[in-house]
Design a protein around this ligand. Structure first.
Ligand code: UGA
Length: 409
């Protein structure tokens, strides 16, 4: 089956490679010439487990092509997947749909037959109906829309896409079902659950799922505070709760706060959606506040724990397995510490370059773990990278003051 994908970010590129991997012919469109050139030359534009090999394989098999040519992309297929970014509006907190509007307004110019547009970008409830309206207006061809939210995690994106817990497909017209079944034939054959709903429900499932997971983490972070005070063991507490199948073990790891480009942004967007519908969702509001407060509390904990204002930070990425530092707890905490005149050395296996774009030379970057150990007596672990577990084997380990905010040691 031929598919066009608009947008080659995390969602667009991973989906494209996975669809190519199961035998579809995929054409990826992006307006960033530089990105497209890199991808054509097998150079990954994001750091993601297994992505480089998959890109190379897909290009060799000729199942994937990259282009900046809108007319070519829209003519290529009658299945068009929208996977452009929907960042957070800094002022209002709502999702910014500029890239969606740019994409559909350009796509509209080239529509020459009936099309199905499938939205994978996370968009507020009602957006797909708006998209349908814009595309259908004055268009002689039949335009259908489907909402197909993504649930993949950075660092595990390929695995999550290939082995999903569920695939959610929101449609308002039964004509869409057959082409969507073809698109997901590989997963249907393997009995992965495919849930068809109406479009509005599919849009809301994405926000509700992210908000629920965020609530779970915020909850365990608060329990960690209490356990710390009571000298109870938070990991046993987490396990003791998680073994109850109604609660589940996943996403009960305490940490320095929730970061990344999804949870913080999507919870704000959900709050905004509720507000627009004259509702205050008190749990969501509390979760958002609790998470911001967590960064501050962690900075306070660091200040109290060490007797000197000089520390080495291990980990800058918002979680292990990625070079992404968007809304990274490490960076939010470092900002508090810098405001209190801390001198900070830092090391991260992947995220130094991206951190430099935010913090510049306000902190001192180390090339490896050993350098951090030489630079400071006081070590704080802020990202759960596998390699940080080795520090127990360092001869200097016993003499160090270590604050492990990820509970990996
Ligand atoms: C999240 C969701 O997990 C995906 O299902 C969803 O598709 C994605 O957002 C999205 O909306 O695109 P992601 O942001 O990649 O994925 O990262 P997570 O693994 O969910 O972690 C988010 C944050 O929570 C990280 O800062 C992580 O360290 C933290 N976390 C996670 C904890 O502190 N404890 C946990 O037990 C789990």
């Amino acid at each position: 089956m031929k598919i066009t994908i608009i947008g080659t970010g995390y969602v667009g590129l991973t989906s494209a490679l996975c669809f190519a991997n199961v035998g579809h012919q995929v054409l990826c469109l992006d307006n960033d010439q530089n990105k497209i050139q890199k991808l054509q030359n097998k150079i990954p534009t994001i750091f993601e487990n297994g992505l480089e090999e998959m890109l190379s394989k897909a290009l060799d098999s000729k199942n994937i092509e990259f282009t900046t040519d809108f007319s070519k992309a829209i003519n290529f297929s009658n299945i068009i997947i929208l996977a452009v970014g929907t960042p957070q509006n800094e002022i209002t907190g709502e999702a910014d749909l500029t890239y969606i509007h740019q994409a559909i307004n350009l796509a509209k110019k080239y529509i020459n037959e009936d099309k199905i547009f499938i939205t994978k970008s996370t968009v507020p409830v009602g957006t797909n109906h708006q998209i349908q309206k814009i595309l259908q207006e004055n268009c002689p061809h039949q335009i259908h829309i489907a909402s197909n939210p993504e649930f993949m995690r950075e660092g595990f994106a390929i695995d999550d896409f290939m082995k999903p817990d569920r695939i959610v497909l929101g449609i308002d017209h039964k004509n869409c079902q057959e082409p969507l079944n073809q698109l997901y034939q590989f997963w249907l054959n393997q009995n992965y659950p495919i849930l068809y709903t109406d479009i509005t429900t599919a849009e809301l499932i994405k926000y509700a799922s992210n908000a629920f997971l965020m609530t779970k983490i915020c909850f365990i972070n608060e329990m960690e505070e209490l356990a710390s005070k009571l000298q109870a063991n938070i990991q046993d507490l987490s396990l003791g709760m998680g073994l109850d199948h109604r609660i589940g073990k996943a996403f009960l790891n305490p940490g320095p706060g929730i970061g990344g480009s999804c949870f913080p942004k999507d919870s704000m967007a959900l709050k905004f959606i509720a507000k627009e519908n004259d509702l205050e969702l008190s749990i969501i509001n509390q979760v958002i506040d609790s998470n911001y407060l967590r960064f501050k509390k962690m900075a306070e904990k660091i200040k109290k724990f060490f007797d000197k204002k000089e520390i080495a930070v291990l980990g800058l990425a918002f979680k292990a397995g990625t070079d992404d530092v968007r809304m990274s707890p490490a960076i939010e905490i470092i900002k508090y510490l810098l405001a209190d005149d801390f001198k900070i050395f830092a090391y991260d296996p992947k995220a130094i370059e991206n951190t430099q774009k935010i913090l510049g030379d306000k902190i001192i970057y180390c090339q490896n773990l050993a350098q951090c150990f030489v630079k400071s007596q006081n070590i704080v672990i802020l990202t759960e990278w596998q390699e940080f577990k080795q520090i127990k084997d360092f001869p200097e380990f016993d003499n160090k003051q270590i604050l492990d905010l990820r509970y990996i040691l």
